[in-house]
Design a protein around this ligand. Structure first.
Ligand code: PMP
Length: 427
């Protein structure tokens, strides 16, 4: 049993001592005190099926015993910075990670977050090419430090920072984009930006294969190969931000970019890779990695023994429990169930995504695609009352993000769909 402070007491302290920018979900914010695999438990011991935590933290399940064991063992033995001394945890995890990547992508730089990973990736691209201009996509989220906030392209996540050298290309969004699913048409905009917005040479191009914060938007087919081609011709490096779509989540592939048949020059990752422990990484080729030897470069805690022991344990769990195969099987099944909900409820404008990164976009008018913001919140709250937690995203906050831990079962998928069905029937 939990004897700690109540939700009300925590909220009071938050208001007084924590950043006023912190937000909560739900009319009655949830105080989660325990987690076990795909479940979370509140202060009263009430169990919730967690269909969102997969993105934020847990890849293989809350408090997965193998990962906990790896963290505890390493913590008891040694936790330290990565500078100064040798330690096997970092090199073992780097080797394991490199084995999951195609081509010559085998040099790993560890960071503490996704933002840091993307900041580093963009800096590497700029150093390697000697150019400043970076192209990213409208509706992207890449982080919230100075450089990455420039690449992020949703006004609600941006402050008025200097937007140095970032150009935002048309989003190849099959549902809302002006060219529908015609990836090649959108890619022309990348060439256009290079021709008319830069010197003709660029540093790089950064994209998510499936935009997470942006509302589970899968880039239109054919887009990435064509856009990569334009960027490479302009001397730029292609950066794949796999913070949300990587690590077996898409089911069909280990990395989101693989579904598009491209090989990036730099891959960034974070969130799920430590199953809740802060760790991020940038992976690139030995040749590109050389640029960071031009000056001294380090990150005090990036790749520390405890975090890399956790990350390595996560990779082993994904293999041992065949979580990629599970994401494919359960995700495909769940998507079908959500597609049939779309037939039942007019409010569902679009069902999309793959594996266990799925989205449902809610609209009050299917023709006009008017975002159903209020209804999304109502359904989300109702589902919570029925013991199911789902995420929300998209610029208008009208997209459900279904991104559970990869241990989600077919029974969980049924329960999720039944609860969503019931919540929608009440709207
Ligand atoms: N890239 C993507 C695709 C993300 O979704 C996020 C976080 N939402 C980030 C980068 C930044 O990661 P972090 O919050 O760990 O800095």
């Amino acid at each position: 049993p939990y004897n700690g402070p109540t939700a009300a007491e925590i909220l009071k302290k938050r208001r007084e001592f924590l950043s006023p920018s912190m937000f909560t979900f739900y009319k009655k914010p949830l105080n989660v005190v325990d987690g076990k695999m795909q479940y979370l438990f509140d202060e009263e011991g009430r169990r919730y099926l967690d269909a969102f935590g997969g993105i934020a933290t847990v890849c293989c399940g809350h408090c997965h015993p193998d990962v906990v064991e790896a963290i505890v063992n390493q913590t008891k033995r040694l936790q330290h910075s990565t500078i100064l001394y040798l330690n096997h945890a970092i090199s073992d995890f780097a080797e394991a990670l490199a084995s999951k990547l195609p081509g010559d992508l085998k040099v790993v730089f560890f960071t503490n977050s996704g933002t840091e990973a993307n900041e580093l990736a963009m800096m590497i691209a700029r150093l390697y090419t000697g150019c400043q201009d970076i192209i990213s996509l409208r509706n992207a989220y890449h982080g919230n430090a100075a450089g990455t906030m420039g690449a992020t392209a949703q006004s609600n996540w941006k402050f008025n920072i200097v937007q140095s050298g970032v150009h935002h290309a048309l989003n190849p969004d099959p549902y809302r984009g002006c060219f529908g699913s015609d990836g090649l048409k959108y890619a022309e905009d990348v060439q256009g930006l290079i021709d008319y917005g830069t010197s003709g040479r660029v540093a790089g191009f950064i994209t998510e294969a499936i935009q997470g914060v942006g509302g589970i938007v899968e880039l239109a087919p054919g887009y990435l190969p064509a856009a990569y081609n334009s960027v490479k011709k302009a001397g730029g490096l292609c950066i794949a931000d796999e913070v949300q779509s990587g690590f077996a989540r898409t089911g069909s592939h280990f990395w989101g970019f693989e579904a598009h048949g491209v090989v990036p020059d730099i891959v960034t990752m974070a969130k799920g890779i430590g199953n809740g422990i802060p760790v991020g990484a940038v992976v690139t080729t030995p040749e590109i990695a050389q640029v960071l030897t031009r000056a001294s470069y380090f990150n005090t805690f990036g790749g520390n023994p405890v975090c890399t022991a956790a990350g390595h344990a996560v990779l082993k769990v994904i293999e041992k429990e065949q979580l990629q195969q599970n994401a494919f099987a359960v995700g495909s099944y769940l998507k079908e169930r959500l597609m049939s909900l779309k037939e039942k409820y007019e409010i569902i404008g679009d069902v999309r995504g793959r594996g266990l990164i799925l989205g449902l976009e809610l609209v009050t008018d299917r023709q006009l695609k008017t975002p159903a913001k209020v209804e999304t919140l109502q359904i989300m709250d109702q589902m919570k009352e029925m013991g199911v937690l789902v995420g929300k995203g998209g610029f208008h906050g009208n997209v459900f993000r279904v991104t559970p831990p990869l241990c989600f079962t077919k029974e969980d998928a049924d329960y999720f769909a039944d609860v969503m069905d019931h919540a929608m029937s009440k709207i």
